[in-house]
Design a binder for this molecule. Structure first.
Ligand code: CA
Length: 431
């Protein structure tokens, strides 16, 4: 159910001055996160350059007292488990508190400057799954290995995914220690063990599971969207040389699980309501999704109108005061062959139980054109076409000292634009 209500009203302004016209966090967004307070991690909401301490608001009686047990936790798991109705009601209350003057004096003591806050993971992530729904990425990568058949026959029937590792998911800013592993270049007879030589990023969206499902029960496609508590940016750091050698026959393992970085703010489905699009039409001749993945409402508004951007700043560029170099720009809706709801419905279709706070990645989101490629593997065509940077340096893959930063914005006619904040990480030498 997609609801546009007074919280999306473009005329609504906050008494927090920095929120009005803020590229990411105007009062129409209100993403939830976990920040370090004086007494440990607490739940907060981003508003302009500030964080409103949601726990503080709840304990002051400014929210619904029934929510106290969930909103006073140090993660969002219990809150997300409550489901979309409570999330919607909290959004309405926070929007009123931060736009109306009535409670301003009561709310102001609960505001914290965002630059002073350390962000934590929003949830205790029990399980992390990464999908592969970016069809242009799948095509581009597939071509490098199988020029005649880039997409395997299952791709257009199955939202392909694999179980990732939750323990190494970290919030933005975590240093990216260059992983070591088995490397076997094509011209070598045997592998050796050492630092990754082809370190890459993957531009993805992450989604957090809200209400879960019992083991053995599926989630019907028509209800799947209501099980998503929110979205973030996700960088699935990837060691391509390790990956090429290890991935057959069971798929990604050590090439992927050394670190996954996410942005700290969880943008809710309600905040994204004005930016929904129809799903990209399937190319002529493609099979229709099987009935358990097919839903008319989802086809007409399951597309995410989220503009993604990935930038690179090398050590040399940083020293020279150069701005980050844009590697890619593109829209999630144009990249995704399967919707978020289809991903969730498929994941639970065998009775696998999703749990509140689980993290699901979409897979690399590349657009059809060269401006929106979501990994260096695609940009440099597997290292064959290094790119030239404004500093005069070239890159096929990431060097030590390189910083990757990803951001996302949403815009639509009649709506106040919102953003996701960012996820970044600097590569450090292997140890
Ligand atoms: Ca991935």
């Amino acid at each position: 159910m997609i609801l546009i209500d007074e919280t999306h009203d473009a005329a609504r302004r906050s008494w927090v001055d920095s929120a009005n016209g803020h590229p990411d966090f105007p009062v129409q967004n209100l993403p939830l996160g976990v920040f370090a307070g004086a007494n440990g991690p607490r739940i907060g909401v981003a508003i302009g350059d500030l964080i409103a301490d949601v726990r503080g608001l709840a304990e002051s009686g400014l929210l619904d007292d029934r929510w106290l047990p969930a909103l006073t936790q140090s993660t969002l798991n219990a809150w997300f488990a409550g489901g979309p109705e409570d999330c919607r009601a909290l959004r309405r209350l926070l929007s009123d508190l931060l736009s109306g003057e009535a409670q301003r004096a009561a709310v102001e003591p609960h505001l914290v400057r965002m630059p002073d806050a350390t962000m934590h993971l929003p949830c205790a992530i029990g399980d992390y799954t990464d999908f592969y729904v970016g069809i242009h990425h799948a095509n581009n990568v597939g071509k490098q290995f199988r020029p005649d058949q880039p997409l395997l026959p299952n791709y257009k029937y199955v939202p392909i995914g694999y179980h990732g590792r939750a323990s190494s998911v970290r919030v933005s800013g975590e240093p990216v220690v260059r992983p070591k592993g088995q490397r076997k270049p094509p011209d070598a007879d045997v592998p050796d063990y050492g630092p990754c030589r082809r370190l890459d990023y993957e531009l993805e969206l992450g989604m957090f599971v809200g209400r879960g499902n019992a083991l053995g029960d599926a989630i019907p496609i028509g209800q799947a969207a209501e099980h998503i508590a929110g979205y973030c940016l996700l960088n699935d750091w990837s060691a391509r040389d390790l990956q090429a050698w290890e991935y057959q026959p069971l798929g990604p393992f050590l090439a992927k699980n050394f670190l996954t970085s996410i942005s700290p703010w969880v943008v809710t489905p309600d905040a994204l309501a004005p930016f929904r699009r129809p799903m990209s039409p399937r190319p002529k001749g493609d099979p229709a999704p099987l009935p358990y993945l097919s839903d008319a409402t989802d086809s007409s508004n399951g597309g995410l109108g989220i503009q993604l951007e990935a930038t690179l700043l090398t050590r040399k560029m940083r020293a020279a005061g150069l701005p980050p170099h844009v590697l890619s720009r593109g829209e999630a809706a144009a990249a995704m062959y399967w919707s978020a709801a289809q991903i969730v419905a498929h994941h639970a279709s065998n009775g696998c139980n999703l749990q509140p706070g689980d993290l699901i990645g979409t897979g690399t989101l590349s657009t059809a054109d060269a401006d929106g490629l979501g990994s260096l593997l695609e940009i440099s065509q597997g290292g064959k076409t290094p790119m030239l940077l404004p500093s005069g340096e070239t890159r096929s893959f990431l060097d030590d000292g390189d910083e990757m930063l990803m951001s996302a914005r949403c815009a639509a006619n009649g709506a106040v634009p919102i953003g996701f904040g960012s996820v970044s990480g600097i590569v450090t030498a292997a140890r």
